[in-house]
Design a protein around this ligand. Structure first.
Ligand code: PGA
Length: 323
């Protein structure tokens, strides 16, 4: 027997997400696992359920793990915007995400020179600030690089690490990425660790092998406590900036694999709490179907994050699903 969310209603909302919103299946579960009040089924968590009874779910559902994972909708501005357009965009986003929301977190990652003015424009809103990369050494003689402390000093809470453009254009290895992950966590930043296969790797049937290698490399030596500061972003390289999106099924299959990897590397409970974002041509018209997948906990958005008109609908899709 297992726990469920703090209230029966919230629990079923999560189940709806897990089960792809299939109401008949939901009803079936409702019946199979009637709200039980027996003390042996009680847990500290579900003891609070709205009607005072306790919801008990079976292993099948828990394998699919539906636990509360807040959506994270992150905008990766890459090498785009200037001070004026970046600040204007930040102000527009700040206006639509004024308050912290229980189900959705919003993040933007502007280019380094605009971190401060963008951070200023986001002040007083719920939109968080992140950087697109970092160097693993402490401040010192590393021309052109940026230290974790500097990002913290500029107000960053997050940093993207191992983005496919860093891996494939700048030639970053898993070892470099791992050093960046370790240094960022040690310095108090949350990390979005990006992984994803090339088209040739997918076509050769190597997707899972590549993901396993990138996960093992990126998280080498990272304890469970430290890994709690990590969000994974699955970004198939063939879907980035191409307009070709992974189908919801392709995304879900990769995310499911990554969650299993996390279970093996850490444990099931930890894996169920870890957020796995999808990235690669996420847009207003595909966001809901991608985010509606049980193991997709948000989006890392490139092109569509550069205008509030295309980014806000993605936030709204997450808001809708989080309700
Ligand atoms: P895209 O980029 O949304 O433009 O495909 C995603 C990313 O690279 O993070």
């Amino acid at each position: 027997m297992h726990l469920c969310g703090p209230t029966a209603d919230r629990c079923f909302r999560n189940l709806r997400k897990v089960l792809g919103k299939t109401e008949p299946r939901l009803q079936q579960i409702r019946q199979t696992h009637k709200l039980r009040g027996s003390p042996e089924f009680r847990s500290p968590c579900d003891g609070n359920s709205a009607n005072g009874s306790t919801l008990v779910l079976d292993d099948e559902l828990h394998q699919k793990d539906w636990k509360m994972r807040r959506f994270l909708v992150a905008g990766n501005w890459k090498m785009n915007t200037n001070r004026q357009t970046g600040v204007a965009l930040a102000k527009e986003l700040a206006a639509v995400a004024k308050m912290q929301e229980p189900g959705v977190e919003v993040l933007v990652c502007p280019p380094y020179p605009y971190l401060l003015p963008v951070g200023e424009a986001l002040q007083g809103s719920a939109v968080q600030l992140g950087a697109q990369d970092v160097y693993f050494e402490a401040p010192g003689a590393f021309t052109g690089e940026i230290a974790v402390d500097m990002l913290k000093d500029c107000g960053c809470g997050y940093v993207l690490i191992g983005h496919s453009e860093r891996r494939h254009v700048m030639g970053e290895t898993d070892e470099i990425i791992n050093r960046k992950v370790v240094a960022s966590i040690a310095g108090g930043l949350n990390v979005v660790l990006c992984v994803g296969e090339l088209l040739s790797e997918r076509e050769a049937g190597q997707t899972e092998t590549v993901l396993d290698r990138q996960m093992a490399g990126g998280l080498k030596g990272v304890s469970e406590t430290d890994a709690a500061k990590v969000v994974i972003a699955y970004e198939p390289v063939w879907a980035i900036g191409t307009g070709v999106t992974a189908s919801p099924e392709q995304a879900e299959s990769a995310h499911e694999h990554l969650r299993k990897w996390l279970t093996t590397r850490y444990n099931a409970e930890f894996s169920s709490r870890m957020r796995i974002l999808y990235g690669g041509s996420v847009k207003a018209d595909n966001a809901e179907s991608l985010l509606g997948q049980p193991n997709v906990d948000g989006a890392l958005v490139g092109g569509a994050s550069l205008k509030s008109a295309s980014f806000v609908p993605i936030i709204d899709a997450a808001r809708k699903l989080a309700k």
